[in-house]
Design a protein around this ligand. Structure first.
Ligand code: AMP
Ligand code: MG
Ligand code: MG
Length: 337
């Protein structure tokens, strides 16, 4: 390693390690069965013990090492001393070894904003947990009553869950980490569960195999649990060959970069800056785009509105095609900020 790594590389290396700690917390709360579910704005906007502990772990660990950075987490939590065993001090060596893109090499802590979604896909996480712990009572929407089908859906839902840590500078998402705590669940209990994907503008993205959807197939991925008429009208207007409904913003970005979907279409308010900051940085690092439904960029300065009011349109390629098909009714309903 040449010299002292740039602040942003050290921050990213810490975010990587902290996301793995948060991923382990998310797994452990699931195994404990003590989810401590709280409804925030309603039944489709939930918080669990995993969201709370993971956010405490991420925010306390990063602010301990980088006290001047602005960190914005999804969950509103009472200010309290965080237990020592939630603090992660590690840093990913793989990131420290990389050369920082020159445009970011002199950034100062005070100039960086970190957006934290400690658990993205909470709705799917709670549905999976309910089924795994109380199979006789639980139902899973869009799933039949066959126990083996219910079990496979419950496990599949766990793959919708991610931990998102995004780094912004000058209002732009420049780097991010996505931890997927239950990745490899198919291999059974002995498998090393979880993976961490990271990326930075000017460096690329790592921890997965970049792939495009083969041919010209339009495969649209959209929300599974927050749909409405605007969302479905907009998906239909894309004339998709296939629609994949999965939970989580982070998970949908993974669908794009792994060649499972060609566009992420969510024509509704609901997604927030902590859902899109890490997601956008990783997608942009490999040449993709994330915008609102008008094709306008979101901004990630510390003082912006949290809600992505004009929806989310994300693609690895052909953004213009999808943007051009957004219906007028959607454009009128969702004003750009
Ligand atoms: P989804 O694609 O439904 O999993 O949503 C992606 C992200 O946006 C998740 O963090 C959701 O919690 C959030 N989100 C989307 N729509 C809503 C909504 N109507 N209320 C609360 N959160 C939402
Ligand atoms: Mg989220
Ligand atoms: Mg969340």
């Amino acid at each position: 390693m040449a010299g002292n790594p740039a602040v942003v590389m050290r921050l990213l290396a810490s975010a990587y390690a902290v996301s793995e700690k948060a991923g382990a917390i998310v797994r452990n709360v699931l195994y404990s069965g003590e989810l401590g579910i709280v409804e925030k704005t309603g039944a489709n906007d939930l918080q669990t013990m995993a969201d709370r502990l993971a956010q405490q772990s991420i925010c306390a660990s990063l602010s301990k090492r980088f006290p001047k950075i602005t960190i914005i987490g999804e969950e509103e939590l009472p200010a309290e001393v965080v237990m020592e065993d939630l603090i992660e001090n590690g840093q990913a060596e793989e990131i420290l070894q990389k050369t920082c893109p020159v445009e970011y090499s002199d950034l100062k802590e005070e100039e960086l904003v970190v957006w934290v979604d400690p658990l993205d896909g909470t709705k799917e996480y709670t549905e999976a947990a309910r089924y795994l712990h109380f199979p006789e009572e639980a139902q899973i929407p869009h799933t039949g009553s066959d126990p083996s089908q219910l079990l496979s859906t419950a496990l599949w839902l766990l793959d919708n869950v991610t931990v998102l840590i995004g780094i912004a500078y000058g209002g732009k998402a420049i780097a991010g980490v996505i931890n997927q705590p239950f990745y490899n669940y198919q291999l059974g209990a002995k498998a090393d569960l979880g993976r961490t994907i990271w990326g930075m503008l000017g460096l690329g993205a790592f921890g997965f195999q970049l792939q495009e959807v083969p041919g010209d197939r339009r495969i649209v991925t959209t929300t599974r649990s927050h749909s409405n008429k605007l969302v479905t009208d907009c998906v239909d207007a894309m004339e998709p060959h296939e629609v994949i409904r999965v939970g989580g913003a982070g998970n949908k970005i993974i669908q794009l970069v792994e060649g499972k979907a060609s566009a992420y279409v969510f024509a509704s308010p609901g997604c927030k800056k902590w859902d899109t900051c890490a997601s956008e940085a990783i997608l942009h690092a490999v040449g993709g785009r994330l915008t609102d439904m008008h094709g306008n960029a979101y901004h990630y300065d510390a003082n912006v509105k949290h809600m992505n009011s004009a929806g989310v349109l994300a693609t690895l390629r052909n953004h213009q095609y999808y943007a051009s098909r957004v219906p007028q009714s959607v454009l009128q309903a969702l004003k750009s900020n």
